[in-house]
Design a protein around this ligand. Structure first.
Ligand SMILES: [Zn+2]
Length: 498
């Protein structure tokens, strides 16, 4: 009589612990059937969905499902994750059906011409071999979110929306290289420093920055809370890193800086303990995705040059809408979808918050968002959903323009990078006969003149307003900004603008 192994597990993180018995002579199918019975789902799935099982240890490591599942204890049960994944469509599309009928009719007419009949039969065979379930983009957009996740589209499809096209054409070689590199290990000194605005990004390679972002997911307790597969997080971050363009400023390192500053603000102000896990997930996704595929030219250029983005988004925050659309296109791929374990209601809420955060980074909305937050700031109510949502927007806004919170040796290269990007745009605008902005014109702006105005009129009022709601902002965040303001003012006195 083979020995029976008793296994304890929770289903989809529920509080109830189930007990099942597995024999070493069970087949894989039988083991899956027992697991499905514990989860009260049919091992055949439903008419339209397959049941996909994943088993995790108490420490969140993936446990291989099979007759030799390691024995565990009732105190440390496994977590069984069951996901219903739509079955690929087996229905013949209407167009194909019509074509087949036409061919059938033609074949009967051509009955007496053997060579032609053979040719038509060949065409029929080819049509039948086209993989089904490859939806056209119009079908995909009408389908529910889960179904979209399984839709694979060819990269050259001319009907693809620009965001989908950008997200699907990527540097696979670099992503593969990142995935093949072992996860970097960081000392506690580094991971503690990561929680502070003084963190020096320039000491790390892009692969290390990805590792540091993975650390933030862990430290924010998101991996455990939402049972996110660590390989999916890594794959997602690798893909994000190649979906940012190599602009002087709006590149993957800027994405890292904004994400790290958000993480720093949450830590130094203690807001980390005031936000819900879902809000933290939305914030980190929002900061990571907030400038995806930025073309290096701002919204004013997009509108004046009448680019595709302004046509798609009717001039309304074209870039920010694009960044969010690229992010959610990445999430359609199950191997990148870090929101894949969220139940539908939570997914909807998280998506709403992420979009709100990304759209809030459009500086055209700056005055409006600040005015709204000001009305709440004197008596901020953490119980009010609308106020919490606005706070998330303020946190991402602060993080996005936070370079001068950092020490001078970390922040100053960013000023040069931003001016370089601005000057490139301004040069292009002049060449194309488009309107130019004085703050982007290499003949009208100097580093100190640009900085004094921006820090004094945009940064300080924004951060001081947030400090009315979040504690402990002064010493680690506002003082460094004021110091930078003084530094550029002193440069201005020595070297007045041309
Ligand atoms: Zn940004």
């Amino acid at each position: 009589m083979p020995i029976v192994t008793q296994i304890f597990l929770k289903v989809n993180n529920s509080s109830k612990v189930e007990s099942i018995r597995i024999r070493p002579n069970h087949t894989m199918k039988e083991v899956k059937s027992v697991l499905c019975a514990a989860a009260e789902v049919s091992d055949k799935g439903t008419a339209s969905c397959d049941a996909v099982l994943k088993l995790y240890s108490a420490k969140n490591a993936l446990v291989p499902i099979g007759p030799n599942i390691p024995k565990n204890t009732v105190e440390e049960p496994y977590n069984l994750q069951i996901k219903m994944v739509p079955k690929p469509s087996v229905e013949t599309p209407v167009e194909t059906k019509k074509l087949m009928e036409t061919i059938k009719a033609t074949t009967s007419v051509l009955g007496e011409v053997p060579s032609l009949k053979k040719e038509v039969e060949e065409i029929e065979k080819k049509i039948k071999s086209v993989p089904l379930g490859v939806a056209s983009s119009s079908q995909a957009s009408a389908a529910p979110a889960v179904a979209q996740n399984t839709t694979k589209k060819p990269n050259s499809d001319p009907t693809l929306h620009l965001a989908m096209l950008r997200a699907s054409n990527y540097d696979k070689e670099t992503v593969d290289k990142i995935m093949a590199t072992p996860r970097p290990v960081f000392s506690s000194t580094v991971t503690e420093h990561l929680k502070h605005p003084t963190f020096n990004i320039w000491n790390y390679t892009e692969i290390e920055l990805i590792g540091l972002m993975e650390n933030m997911f862990e430290e924010l307790d998101l991996v455990k809370t939402f049972s996110i597969d660590k390989d999916i997080i890594r794959n997602f971050l690798a893909r994000v890193s190649v979906t940012y363009n190599a602009n002087p400023f709006h590149n993957f390192k800027h994405c890292f800086c904004v994400t790290q500053m958000m993480y720093g603000i949450l830590n130094v102000t203690g807001t980390i303990s005031k936000l819900t896990p879902l809000e933290k997930l939305a914030l980190i996704c929002g900061t990571i995705g907030h400038d995806l595929d930025h073309p290096g030219m701002n919204n004013a250029y997009q509108i004046n040059a009448n680019t595709d983005l302004t046509i798609i988004y009717n001039d309304i925050s074209p870039l920010e809408n694009h960044h969010a659309a690229v992010l959610f296109t990445l999430f359609r791929d199950p191997t990148l979808n870090i929101l894949g374990t969220l139940p539908e209601v939570q997914y909807r809420e998280c998506r709403k918050q992420i979009i709100n955060c990304i759209l809030a980074t459009d500086m055209a909305k700056h005055g409006e968002i600040l005015a709204k937050f000001k009305t709440y700031s004197t008596d901020f109510n953490f119980e009010d959903q609308a106020q919490r949502q606005l706070l998330l927007q303020m946190i991402i806004k602060c993080s996005d323009i936070s370079n001068e919170v950092r020490p001078k040796h970390v922040s100053e290269p960013w000023v040069d990078n931003l001016l370089e990007e601005f000057f490139c745009q301004s040069d292009k605008e002049k060449k194309e006969g488009l309107p130019t902005a004085p703050f982007m014109d290499r003949e009208k702006v100097t580093k100190p003149s640009a900085q004094v105005g921006f820090i004094g009129f945009v940064m300080i009022p924004l951060f001081e307003l947030v400090s009315k709601v979040l504690p402990n902002m002064d010493e680690p965040i506002i003082q460094p900004i004021k110091k930078a303001h003084e530094y550029y003012k002193s440069m201005l006195e020595v070297k007045p603008p041309a």
